[in-house]
Design a protein around this ligand. Structure first.
Ligand code: SAH
Length: 263
């Protein structure tokens, strides 16, 4: 058992330690373990989730920014020691660990960097067939939401272009120490078999991001900076607002813009 003091929660690192082991196990069990041999846990803290991951038939790596948590993990998870990285997930080159191999990501994530965790995952999508874990409920719902929903936005479209996103269950503040002010939500992302888009992918990212910068405006207005021809702007799709467009509509829109720019 633990022969170390509990880690003192630090607010600036988004530390809310999960107390409920049943929920931790449920999160660990969301991984299918298909298509990869390595798993990376972001922000293990005192290892409540890690203890279930290391029982699985995968190699568990953990990345944790907090020195005190790292010391705790090293004392309590001896077999993990050379796979504990005391680093900032957002800044670390993950291929120093994985050398271009595929890996899954999991965690009860630090909520202060939720979107950035998703964006980094999307950038590395060729290596990440699966992603599971806990966010602030609102963010988890946003990632999984469909067009027409109030919370549908950049994260929803970009994630669902490459992944099937499923919201699994809600977790109340009371199971954390200290309790956060918000509900939490667990989700799983499974990369689509066909995850190469049939359009220019960088342009797709720019169209989605620019389109949602002014949510209430029509795409005709918000995409002005793309210097579209009058002929293209007459197309009915430009009369819509970004929140009305599905992922495949955004792909179609990107294809139209791509052709227009080549003229
Ligand atoms: N998974 C643990 C801790 C969750 S709190 C549990 O469920 O109890 C979020 C954890 O992420 C904290 O341990 C925090 O130190 C860590 N963290 C915060 N920012 C990070 C970053 N940029 N890179 C890696 N870990 C980070």
């Amino acid at each position: 058992m633990s022969h170390n003091h509990q880690v003192k929660a630090k607010k600036h690192l988004g530390q809310h330690f999960l107390k409920d082991e049943t929920i931790a196990k449920k999160i660990a069990d969301t991984l299918s373990l298909n298509g990869y041999k390595d798993v990376l846990e972001i922000g293990p803290g005192m290892g409540v989730l890690t203890q279930f991951l290391i029982q699985k038939n995968v190699v568990t790596h953990v990345i944790e920014i907090d020195a005190e948590s790292v010391a705790y993990l090293k004392d309590n998870y001896l077999n993990l020691s050379d796979r504990i990285y005391e680093r900032d997930f957002l800044k670390f080159d993950l291929n120093l660990i994985f050398k271009n191999r595929p890996f899954a990501i999991i965690g009860n994530f630090p909520y202060n960097i939720s979107s950035q965790i998703v964006f980094k995952t999307l950038e590395m999508r060729q290596q990440i067939p699966e992603f599971a874990g806990m966010f602030q409920k609102e963010v988890a719902q946003r990632i999984c939401s469909k067009e027409g929903s109030k919370v549908y936005g950049i994260l929803s479209v970009l994630t669902q272009a490459f992944y099937d996103a499923e919201y699994l269950f809600t977790v109340p503040p009371s199971v954390f120490n200290p309790p956060p002010k918000v509900d939490s939500g667990v989700l799983v992302l499974k990369r689509k078999n066909e995850y190469k888009l049939p359009c220019h992918e960088d342009l797709f990212f720019r169209v989605v991001k620019t389109g949602f910068q002014q949510r209430r405006k029509t795409l005709r207005n918000s995409l002005k900076t793309f210097n579209l021809s009058d002929n293209l702007k007459a197309n009915a799709i430009f009369g819509q607002r970004p929140e009305q467009l599905s992922v495949s509509d955004f792909i179609e829109l990107t294809t139209l813009i791509e052709k227009d720019q080549k003229k």
